[in-house]
Design a protein around this ligand. Sequence first.
Ligand code: DP6
Length: 330
Amino acid sequence: MATSKSEGRATARAGANFALVKYWGKADARLNVPAVGSISITLDALFTETEVELAPKLAADELTLDGKRRVEDVAKISACVDLLRRRAGVDTRVRVSSRNNFPTGAGLASSASGFAALVRAAESALGLALSARERSIVARQGSGSAARSVFGGFVEMHAGTAADGGDSFAEPLLEAKEWPLEVVIAVTAKGEKETGSRSGMTRSASSSPYYGAWVSGQPPDLEAARAAIRAHDFGSLADVAEHNCLKMHAAALAARPPLVYWNGATVDCLHAVRRMRAAGVPVFFTIDAGPQLKAVCAPGARAEVERTLRAVPGVLDILTSALGAGAELR
Ligand code: DP6
């Protein structure tokens, strides 16, 4: 791959992240401003690497994802790169080549790492120098969770209140090395998920009777998670993260038509994690808009969690990761 130094071309890497206090619902769909703040962890072993090259001869942007041309996804990435082209005062088209080192679109946060890497690389290819906050604001407009993958470790996304979305960005809470939690992901289904986060959250907001309670319950969960992270209090973080995850899914389950993201193995893994914690193993679960279960463990507990989840019938694969850095040029 080209280095970031060649003119008009740059490569960046960003880690996937997943939320311990979830983003689910939008305040402004056009600017992609979330209805609620969120708190996440950025991973080091699951990442997207993206090369952006200025292509003055092209009439439209081009996207290759995992070696395949993706015409259907070009509009989304063009809209995000447009924000940067406007700042640079150019309208040069770009050739984007992106690779995930983990399954795309299966509820493993590929849009988060994807847009964070895209923004970092496109910014550099266009000769811009954004602050990390500006980068987070641009990445948010590609995908809300991508605003968080700009940063490493523990990250908080602010929903903000400004009409232009200018105060809707993420910020680091704690560096990965300050509290080196580990993650074990139980993959319980392969392939792209049925209902993506974007349409899932729209449907929840418009039809779930629990959506209002979900939104109004978010500030105390954010406060509890922030305090737990500051104090490195694993038990309190486990408590609020599982509660918040189940509330998000309760709102989704009650949508019409319902959004059932779990399969049987997801639920069996959830019980396995709860049993382990009851037996004293420092681990908790979270689940996003897909059937994979993410187990977060205190340092030292990973091997046992991995062994236990691997033995759950229906678990097809296990991925593990430490916490990692934010989006960086390669
Ligand atoms: C369940 O960031 O994928 O993973 O902003 O519409 O692109 P868009 O949504 P996206 O939603 C993520 C939802 C979630 C929870 C989370 O990551 O906070």
